[in-house]
Design a protein. Structure first.
Length: 227
């Protein structure tokens, strides 16, 4: 008896459909992955401009929304010494929101033109600051700097903006004494631990009837009118 061998028919249609489906999936995935960032929202910045942060983040050309990692954006922005912290949020509509927290700029050193941050780092700026920064006209000893920054930060920003110059001015009785030149023509002597009393500066001014003088907060609370 002769054995009959049956030939298996190759099912081309299901195979072709499978290949087409795979190709479509790959195409869609590549298309989605290449979808660019549609919008960038930046909040929390005062000194750095939106354009500067976008450049630091590597988002200048609005790259792929999905291929651009949050960690890469954060690391790029944190390269700037002004940045204290960064948070990245994403929305479904290919929007990236960047929330930054900048170090405070406390004063500008007159000797080298650098700005001193709250963490004691010194930086240079290409543009003007959006708020008034006082000038330090001499040097604060290293052993006093930490205490100075700690208590100086307790002064309200609206009062700090009235200070035009800071001078470390110790005497025989107080090595923590400073002299502050105000932009209204008055001067203030104050010791480090009493910086917070400056928050009442605006309350004192109406009592002076427009006269100029020196406010002593280092020893008591009295005002001497200039002759």
């Amino acid at each position: 008896m002769t054995k009959v061998i049956k030939k298996k028919k190759l099912r081309l249609l299901p195979f072709l459909i499978f290949i087409i489906v795979i190709a479509i999936i790959v195409f869609v995935c590549l298309f989605v992955l290449d979808t660019k960032v549609k919008n960038i929202i930046i909040t929390g910045n005062e000194v750095l401009s939106d354009d500067e942060i976008i450049e630091l983040a590597g988002l200048t050309d609005y790259p792929s929304f999905y291929k651009t990692l949050n960690s890469k954006i954060e690391n790029g922005i944190k390269e700037n010494p002004l940045i204290k912290d960064v948070n990245i949020d994403r929305s479904f509509y290919h929007i990236i929101e960047i929330k930054v927290d900048e170090y405070e700029i406390l004063y500008k050193r007159e000797d080298n033109g650098k700005y001193v941050l709250e963490n004691k780092d010194e930086i240079t700026l290409d543009s003007e600051t959006p708020y008034t920064i006082p000038r330090l006209i001499n040097e604060i000893p290293d052993k006093k700097l930490n205490s100075f920054i700690k208590y100086y930060k307790r002064i309200d920003l609206n009062i700090r903006e009235k200070i035009s110059e800071i001078k470390y001015d110790p005497n025989d009785y107080d090595e923590d004494r400073f002299l502050l030149y105000m932009d209204d023509g008055n001067s203030v002597y104050v010791t480090i631990t009493k910086f917070e009393r400056l928050n009442y500066y605006n309350d004192v001014l109406p009592q002076l009837d427009g006269r100029k003088g020196i406010l002593y907060l280092d020893s008591g609370n009295h005002f001497r009118i200039m002759e």
